[in-house]
Design a protein around this ligand. Sequence first.
Ligand code: BTN
Length: 324
Amino acid sequence: MESTRKRLITLLAKKKDEYISGQKLSDELNISRAAIWKQMKSLENEGYQIEAVSRKGYRIVRFPERMSVNTIQWNLKTDWLGQNMHFEEQVDSTQTVAHQLAREGAEHGTVIVADEQLKGRGRLHRPWHSQKGSGIWMSIILRPDIEPHRAPQLTLASAVAITKMLKFLTGVQPKIKWPNDIFVGDRKLAGILTEMQAEQDLIEYVIIGIGLNVNLDQKAVPDDLQDVATSIQLETGKAWKREELIQELLYQMESIYELFLQQGFSSIKQAWEQDAYRLGETITVKARRKEWEATLIGIHEDGALIVEDENQSKSVLYSAEIDW
Ligand code: BTN
């Protein structure tokens, strides 16, 4: 049973700029007006700034500094993505938590956010550094009714959502490095890890893991990543409120996901190519036991990479190692 306090915050958090009358709160929560007033005082003691206006009611003006489900959901504009949300101060990996929740039946659109990961993981079993308070470490549970072979397209769609959010809010100029990286210049800003539970031609669930370096300054970047990683703070010279970025990211994810389901991947292809890393440049491709120099042409209607060799012969690659 949810506590009265949590239900009160949820009610107040739902509409950012609207007041809710003391009477309405008292009716919804089934407690007296005096008890509501007492709850407000205790919220203020915890760092919430609450405005009370006579004949209008109450509204939250500012949340405490610490991130929580409430601070993220306040001002979240999605219809379904992140409406069911879990926040953990510290986990091994939000992917692991997400798998467990998904197995237990967590609904489509459930989001898990952590302040710190002890065993954050990336593609190819690489570790993902996830220091406390310095980034967005988040996993999203989706239950799409698509064939399993299309799941990798969700990685590309998520990359487009990340770049849209970054361009809209932060002004950094991100590039998408196929299949799952977001770069600024030649440094990695974010990575996507897509994992799936499927049976033959049926997806049970997909988990989209997103790691985005937000408030890492140069000193906080691990030694082995000094030359290869960046953060929004390093790119813009200031610290960012993670909640604001998550809210916009989820909003972009939701609309791109709906477009993807209704119109297929081809509807996202153009947005992907617009921000593709090293498009039109020469790269070294290792695939099908061969290695060759090729020009990066773009992506196929189904998300595969298209490259062209010196004889103008094109290859469509579903998995390949690329030397960028
Ligand atoms: C990559 O670049 O290889 C993908 C990195 C994905 C990292 C995120 S952080 C949130 C989620 N939890 C994890 O353990 N990994 C993903």
